[in-house]
Write a protein that binds this ligand. Structure first.
Ligand code: NAP
Length: 292
């Protein structure tokens, strides 16, 4: 297999795209972000990252963006307003991406999935869509690396925090091995450098097992003055979900995450791709990694 030097990213501007883009640049890769709005992306991404226009709904734009690239990292998502019948980046978009990546002779495709993708007995269409996407990546014929991460610490900062307030939806039952995007980014970078990471699937977990509540409380206490945790029962969010698609999505994703009986399975990932070390306090003090 040819060595990977140039990596294209789709979703580089996303919450979990930015820390991975930074880690890939730090590891010495040439990174190109394929984005819908280059001007907006230029403001969000560091100067070391090349920005090119492409949209996953437009296969030709992907073909042009992927020309000459060795690797492709996919940070795709289902938006909180999405309906099953919409166009999805991980469904129709992924078909375009795979076709264009094959034409461009991309040597490795890395895909960010989620640990909760295999939640038993869930009939939520989003999980079905994720599982279908995994099947497509594996059947693409392109050497792949798939990541199944637990909860990211970025979620605490960017999905729950509003000024001095932290909104906690529901109550946790199990512990999760929270991971910082920067630690995961270092693992992604290592996987692109390792030929043996081709056609591999990695469980991604961080150093410490904490319930959502414990993680939220530690995140809230880290800064001075501390953030105020406001708890909203899940039933209330579910009722709100009858009137708002976003609240419906929030209720479903929180139900899925809070009820997932996570166990530690990242030994192999740590041995091959490096050991995550960032604690919630270190993450909270450092803040979300931003562009320099
Ligand atoms: N939060 C967690 O703890 C967690 C845990 C495990 C797994 N995950 C998974 O992580 C994934 C990524 O999450 P995220 O929060 O980073 O998502 P996000 O912030 O919504 O980012 C999505 C990215 O996709 C890009 N995009 C959307 N439509 C596009 C199109 N038509 N063409 C090209 N690019 C397009 C967006 O670019 P624009 O700038 O153009 O909008 C954005 O950069 C999700 O699938 C999630 O399930 C999350």
């Amino acid at each position: 297999m040819r060595p990977i030097r140039k990596i294209a990213m789709i979703g580089a501007t996303g919450m979990l795209g930015i820390p991975i883009a930074l880690a890939l640049v730090e590891a010495g890769f040439e990174v190109t972000a394929l984005v819908r709005d280059p001007e907006r992306a230029r403001r969000a991404l560091p100067a070391a990252i090349t920005v090119a226009q492409a949209d996953v709904s437009d296969e030709e734009s992907l073909r042009q963006g992927l020309a000459g690239q060795d690797g492709l990292y996919l940070n795709l998502s289902v938006g909180p307003n999405a309906r099953r019948c919409d166009f999805h980046t991980e469904e129709q978009g992924l078909q375009h991406i795979i076709a264009a990546a094959k034409d461009a002779n991309v040597a490795r495709i890395a895909y960010l999935s989620a640990l909760v993708h295999d939640t038993p007995r869930s009939r939520w269409w989003v999980l079905g869509l994720w599982r279908q996407a995994l099947g497509r990546v594996k059947a693409s014929g392109i050497p792949y690396t798939i990541f199944y991460p637990t909860n990211f610490m970025e979620t605490l900062a960017q999905r729950h925090t509003a000024g001095r307030y932290f909104l906690m939806l529901g109550r946790s039952q199990y512990r999760n091995y929270w991971i910082a995007g920067s630690d995961f980014g270092a693992q992604v970078a290592r996987s692109f450098a390792l030929p043996s990471s081709a056609n591999r699937e990695y469980i991604v977990q961080g150093p410490e097992a904490l319930t959502y509540d414990e993680a939220a409380m530690r995140y809230c206490r880290a800064p001075l003055p501390p953030r105020r945790l406001v708890r909203i029962p899940l039933w209330m969010v579910r009722v709100g979900g009858l009137f708002s698609r976003t609240l419906h999505f929030d209720a479903r994703i929180m139900e899925t995450v809070l009820r997932y009986p996570e166990v530690f399975k990242a030994q192999e990932t740590w041995a091959e791709l490096g050991t995550p070390t960032t604690t919630i306090e270190q993450f909270a003090k450092r803040g979300v990694r931003s562009v320099s």
